[in-house]
Write a protein that binds this ligand. Sequence first.
Ligand SMILES: [Zn+2]
Length: 153
Amino acid sequence: MEFGPYTPYVTLAVVGLIAGWLSGLLLGGGGLMVQRLADQPVDDDHQEDWHRTMLLLGTATDAELLDPALPADALLYRLFHEERVRVFAPQELRFGCRCTRERVEKLLRSFPDAEVEEMRQDDGLVVVTCQFCNAGFRFDEAQLARLHARRAH
Ligand SMILES: [Zn+2]
């Protein structure tokens, strides 16, 4: 989404209606998210655009956010039609992590031997768990020796 000719810094996503039956009640939820892109300057013009965006966003009603018949594009236009709405093609989101065994090996090679030794579990293995995807990479004695040998050369 783009606001004005010089302020292409706001993205907006409409969270679709989440509905379900619970105890005979139909529950629903909706929301809007505005995000300032990290590479945009924070000068007075952008601050004013941001403030105006927040004011317009504040005019969204619960009924609009919960209306399953109101498409996200229509809501965007309703709220921001004076700001030159431009909708980009949706992108499919999927979870992904760039961790690989090779990256973990490179990381382990960067540690001094003493620190790698401290990482050993009671069974002698070193297990590195990715903080993002929780993947586990296990290194046994022979694998650790190979890493050490590669580092030595
Ligand atoms: Zn990962």
